[in-house]
Design a protein around this ligand. Structure first.
Ligand code: UDX
Length: 477
């Protein structure tokens, strides 16, 4: 038997969207475990430890309540990574694996620098036997590299250190992350030898029934995680491709989705036509599949998955062009309201949000933007757009952009005198807007683009708004 002590810790880079909520839920279900969430980013740890619960680094439904229950009881946040490793029996790697921004595989392959540096730290500072668990989505066979790195330190043999590497990927989606983790469809555990599974399984069994735990070899699990995300993303690109010609053929998008979604073999989820999938996972994971296909000289397979990404980019560009086209091909000096900046509702994450690209396109056309989002801060919006603005300033006079990109917290004020309104994030509050009232403060014949398909047509019918809806095209003009 493994001499397994109830002390679970998490290493550097761990206090992000996956590490923070995951460890909070484990701590909540397993009061016997002492859990430390480590991150070398001191500001991030400061926010997790902030006496005001409203200062957590990000918003997740139900997270604040859990943190209040477990923080400083059996869940700790620290930036003293090495000390945490010394005291750990089990280490979850929840590190950032964003795409490489230079070198071989730029823009496609995952950057594994954090995985490598974490593995080296664990190799140097761990004691006795340590379970190392991959939580981040990683390219297939990363566990093999982790194992090699873990065993590479000179101290390993001298100090009789041993390691078991397991894969236990996370399927939580931002927004409902806590619920996803409390009630997952299934939990995957991959390992080379059977025995080490017990240590992790005993933790998971505290709140998840045995029949939901799927155990296989490491490589199947690593591949399953990429495949699950690629299949979900592929459904979105497929439905977006149909949305484009639905109206012109006389079809109705909602009816088509209902008709195919009720076929059990297809299912109803991930069929909402939209601006395309955003967030940190889908594009990265498909790019990983493309890299894998190229590595195994499967060019047609690489091309197939690349098309899913291409269609996603095309969707965004197509809608940007439509927005410009409807205002006579010019946006110079015109005010446009953007409702929603997060990449989806119920999160303040803006990673790869479509709002960034759309805003950039509209700013380039000379528009003034008024941006509203209930959870994304002004600083965050400006820092996302600043990169683009700086680039734009290189090619045009910076004065052109004076006044562009105002963050407006008051929803009603954000409509004053505007030419166009775009819903880019499906926040609940936008479903409750009284369009009859809004009509009084916008410009006459204002265009309204419901890109998330959330507004009830009945609410719009009695207004003077020109109305365009994803999948259905122009409904009223
Ligand atoms: C995703 C996976 O769902 C999760 O299992 C994995 O662990 C991480 O990646 P997340 O990125 O948080 O989670 O968001 P998700 O809800 O899956 O949405 C991804 C993108 O697809 C969003 O931009 C969303 O707006 C878009 N989407 C989703 C659609 O355009 N249409 C849909 O029908 C569903």
């Amino acid at each position: 038997m493994w001499n397994f002590q109830p002390s679970v810790n998490l290493v550097k880079g761990g206090a992000g969207y996956v590490g923070g909520p995951t460890m909070a839920v484990i701590a909540d279900h397993c009061p016997n475990l002492q859990i430390t969430v480590d991150d070398s980013n001191r500001d991030n740890i400061k926010q997790w430890n902030s006496p005001s619960i409203k200062n957590l680094p990000f918003f997740e439904t139900g997270l604040e309540e859990i943190i209040l229950r477990v923080r400083n009881k059996n869940l700790y946040f620290s930036s003293n990574v090495n000390e945490t490793i010394i005291n750990s029996d089990m280490i979850f790697l929840c590190v950032n694996t964003s795409k490489k921004n230079k070198g071989f595989g730029v823009g496609q392959a995952s950057d594994l620098k954090w995985v490598e540096s974490c593995a080296r730290q664990v190799s140097s500072y761990s004691k006795g036997h340590t379970f190392v668990i991959e939580k981040s989505t990683l390219p297939v066979r990363t566990a093999e590299s982790i194992k090699t790195i873990l065993n590479s330190s000179n101290l390993v043999e001298k100090n009789h250190k041993t390691f078991s590497v397991l894969s236990n990927p996370e399927f939580l989606s931002e927004g409902p992350a806590i619920n996803d983790f409390n009630k997952p469809d299934r939990v995957l555990i991959g390992v080379e030898e059977k025995k080490p599974i017990e240590a992790l399984e005993n933790i998971i069994l505290k709140w998840i029934p045995n029949q939901k735990i799927i155990k296989t070899n490491l490589w199947s699990i690593e591949l399953s995680k990429l495949t699950a995300n690629a299949f979900l993303a592929q459904r979105i690109s497929s439905i977006n491709s149909i949305a484009e010609f639905c109206k012109s053929t006389g079809g109705n998008m909602g009816e088509v989705v209902n008709a195919i979604g009720t076929d059990q073999r297809i299912g109803a989820d991930f069929l909402s036509a939209c601006l395309g999938f955003r967030g940190s996972c889908f594009k990265k994971d498909i790019s990983n599949l493309v890299c894998l296909s190229i590595h195994f000289v499967l060019s047609e397979v690489a091309e197939y998955w690349n098309c899913v990404i291409k269609l996603n980019e095309w969707q965004k560009l197509r809608i940007s062009k439509l927005i410009v086209h409807n205002l006579f091909g010019t946006l110079r000096g015109k005010s446009i309201t953007i409702l929603g900046f997060a990449f989806k509702a119920n999160t303040n994450d803006t990673i790869q949000s479509a709002a960034i690209d759309i805003s950039k396109n509209l700013l380039e056309e000379g528009a003034n933007l008024i941006i509203h989002d209930p959870k994304v801060s002004e600083d965050q919006i400006f820092s996302e757009l600043a990169i683009k603005l700086r680039k734009l300033k290189n090619i045009q006079d910076s004065n052109t952009y004076k006044g562009a990109g105002i963050k407006e917290n008051n929803l009603n004020k954000s409509f004053v005198n505007v030419y166009e309104i775009l819903i880019l994030t499906e926040w609940g509050i936008y479903k409750k807007i009284n369009w009859k009232t809004v009509e009084k403060i916008i410009r006459k014949r204002c265009w309204f683009f419901d890109i998330r398909s959330i507004v009830d047509l009945k609410e719009i019918k009695n207004t003077n708004l020109n109305f365009w809806k994803i999948g259905d095209g122009i409904i009223k003009s």
